[in-house]
Design a protein. Structure first.
Length: 292
């Protein structure tokens, strides 16, 4: 593997034992037998890059705080909800956008280059698979690095929007308290009230990150595309996801229907445990590099 040896950030990774040699062998056999591997990743692939997940026991955002992510309907309906979202996102963006791929991302990129990985679907919105060099990838829930207008569909890079925010809020300062999985941070409400949010440069419409917020659904076009890639595959590997969200879980159900072998690599229980061919309880960035 052409994998650079970067030290993992374990702040948001639940405790687990080192990979069991027997488990390594089992996963090796699973991957060796696959010719067209379909991989689905979740937040547990990015925790070793220093991005927290929502659900991990003890270290996930839900376990540590009473914070919940923004709901789609609230964002669309309420100007104050958008102001709150973008103020927090503005503060969190420099740190969130600087996160780098870890060993797991790099190994999956290498499997793609070797022709082993047929398609990768990620539930993450952090662009780390793309940063790692993966090309055969679908971002199921979109990507925080892109922004679009809800009215006219005009798109811009999130980094460009950061410049607009800075121009509109030259004297605005706020200290962040802890980053969430989508780049959100904790800010006191009084700081948020004076934050100015730009409108679409083309039509004056509402700008939204190109991500599927909670309460929204993935487009039927994207779902159909992923089902097609799954139909071309001969096995499925789920890495770093408890598969609690139906938008991803439906593809595991489809794989089970097609009687594809399914391997799950995740610290803690998942919705697939009762029908997966193989369940491994290890860090993705520790176990995946051991597979040749």
């Amino acid at each position: 593997h052409s994998v650079s040896r970067t030290s993992p950030n374990l702040t948001f990774v639940p405790d687990c034992l080192p990979p069991d040699p027997v488990e390594v062998e089992e996963l090796q056999r699973f991957v060796s037998n696959s010719k067209r591997l379909f991989v689905m990743t979740g937040a547990g692939v990015s925790t070793e890059s220093g991005i927290p997940d929502y659900r991990s026991e003890g270290v996930g955002l839900y376990a540590r705080t009473d914070r919940r992510p923004v709901q789609h309907a609230e964002f669309v309906r309420s100007a104050s909800a958008r102001q709150r979202y973008w103020a927090r996102n503005f503060v969190g963006w420099p740190q969130f956008s600087s996160h780098q791929p870890n060993q797991a991302h790099l190994v999956l990129r290498d499997w793609e280059k070797l022709g082993k990985l047929h398609w990768l679907v990620t539930q993450n919105v952090d662009a780390l698979h793309t940063k790692a060099g993966s090309r055969r990838v679908t971002e199921l829930h979109g990507c925080t690095h892109r922004v679009f207008c809800l009215a006219c569909g005009d798109q811009l890079l999130r980094s460009e929007l950061q410049e607009h925010f800075e121009a509109l809020n030259p004297a605005w300062k706020a200290e962040a308290f802890g980053v969430a999985p989508d780049g959100d941070v904790f800010l006191p409400d009084e700081r948020v009230r004076t934050f100015r949010v730009p409108a679409c440069r083309k039509c004056g419409g509402v700008l939204k990150p190109d991500v599927t917020f909670f309460g929204d659904s993935v487009s039927q076009e994207k779902v159909s595309f992923v089902h097609q890639r799954l139909a071309e595959s001969d096995s499925m590997l789920v890495a770093g996801s408890s598969m609690q969200v139906y938008s991803g879980y439906r593809f595991a159900l489809a794989a089970r229907e097609k009687k594809l072998p399914i391997a799950v690599l995740n610290i803690g229980p998942t919705r697939l445990d009762h029908f997966a061919s193989l369940k491994l309880n290890s860090r993705c960035g520790e176990l995946l590099p051991l597979i040749v």
